[in-house]
Design a protein around this ligand. Structure first.
Ligand SMILES: Cc1cc2nc3c(=O)[nH]c(=O)nc-3n(C[C@H](O)[C@H](O)[C@H](O)COP(=O)(O)O)c2cc1C
Length: 361
């Protein structure tokens, strides 16, 4: 059973890599959506590693999560639950449906286990997203096996491309209102490089205003519902120490519950000269690892030992996952590693982190 996902993925990968990357992605998601909650899910299912950790008041069943952007419309939550993730983040969702940037807009750089994408938040909009989230069964069937706590679900929110950046807060508030009741945590994504000016929301005054408005709305939603949903903010790797310090202080000032570091990078030094290296967009996978780990270490230094940090960027192996924790992350997420290594990476990384936490306990 344990070998099944990796051996099957070994067969599937050359087939999938024969297609244009976005087409391969859609084929995979269609397949997962059709087979989740059926006996065919055994092709990618794996027993979930049990390594609970409490962060931001939430019990994460283990330390390995799915990063946002792989399942933008929340169609395959149960399939990812079956792969053994401790938490799954879907989105980025925007208030209205939008097509994203013109194709082609996703490129493989296999020599470096990397991708470049400039999708631009292509998604079916908040209503369709919420309908899919509500269809997911992982909370009913346990997700990790009978009697086990369900995995956690993060809902990642953004702004429409057509909304002027000065009105971005309206989009985030509309999304927050919509997703609040359905999320274990909500991620405020201000770090995609593919929506014009989005990353300017990371700068001092803009971030202060945005998080102030979001914190106020969360307070109202918490009072109305009797449930305070943790808010995480997702940031870029392309930040210097001073910028990281300001972000850290702003997150704490507004009572944010955690930070996700990092999104894709605009840097190209690690892939210079390779085919597609000159494509515009965000670079992910192995080449973003170092910058991601640097930002995580800077955040940990600035935020102190107990502020939750979710580490993401360039995890292709169990050793990479351990390095993220060593840099200062509490839990990790993967995206590009899943494309290059397949679902076996989930259990491999979760088991390595379990062993690491036992040996340092
Ligand atoms: C094709 C693609 C689409 C992505 N879309 C999103 C997104 O919609 N929202 C988001 O927060 N991050 C998005 N990301 C960023 C990932 O969640 C992750 O932060 C980044 O890829 C670094 O992790 P990795 O090296 O494991 O891929 C996307 C990444 C890729 C490769």
């Amino acid at each position: 059973m344990l070998l099944l996902p990796s051996s099957l993925y070994g067969l599937a990968r050359p087939f999938l890599f024969g297609f244009d990357p976005e087409h391969a992605h859609e084929l995979t998601l269609d397949g997962l959506a059709r087979t989740q909650n059926t006996p065919l899910a055994c092709a990618y299912a794996a027993p979930r590693v049990d390594d609970p950790i409490t962060l931001a008041g939430l019990e994460f069943p283990n330390r390995v999560g799915l990063a946002a952007g792989l399942d933008k419309n929340a169609r395959c939550i149960d399939a990812f639950a079956a792969m053994g993730f401790g938490f799954v983040e879907v989105g980025t969702v925007t208030p209205k449906a939008q097509p994203g940037n013109p194709k082609p807009r996703m490129f493989r750089l296999p020599q470096r286990d990397a991708l470049i994408n400039r999708l631009g938040f292509n998604n079916e909009g908040l209503d369709a997203f919420l309908a899919n989230v509500q269809k997911a069964r992982f909370r009913k069937n346990g997700g990790g096996g009978a009697g086990k706590k369900p995995m956690l679900l993060g809902l990642n929110i953004g702004k429409n491309a057509a909304t002027p950046i000065e009105r971005a807060v309206d989009d985030y508030l509309a999304c927050l209102d919509g997703v609040y009741a359905h999320a274990d945590y909500v991620t405020i994504n201000i770090s995609s490089p593919n929506t014009a000016n989005l990353r300017t929301l990371q700068s001092d005054e803009a971030l202060d205003a945005l998080l102030g408005a979001i914190a106020e709305r969360r307070q109202a939603l918490a009072q109305r519902s009797g449930r305070r949903v943790p808010l995480f903010v997702k940031i870029a790797p392309d930040l210097d120490q001073a910028q990281v310090d300001v972000i850290a202080a702003t997150l704490q000032r507004h009572g944010m519950d955690g930070v996700i570091a990092t999104n894709t990078t605009l840097a190209r030094d690690a892939v210079a000269g390779l085919p597609h290296a000159g494509e515009a967009g965000g670079l992910s996978g192995a080449p973003v690892r170092e910058a991601s780990n640097r930002v995580i270490a800077q955040l940990r230094a600035a935020l102190g030992p107990s502020f939750p940090i979710i580490g993401v960027g360039g995890i292709l192996s169990a050793a990479d996952a351990k390095a993220k924790i060593a840099a200062g992350a509490d839990v990790v997420q993967i995206y590009t590693g899943l494309i290059y290594r397949g679902p076996a990476l989930v259990r491999e990384a979760a088991q390595a982190l379990l062993q690491q936490s036992r040996s340092t306990a």
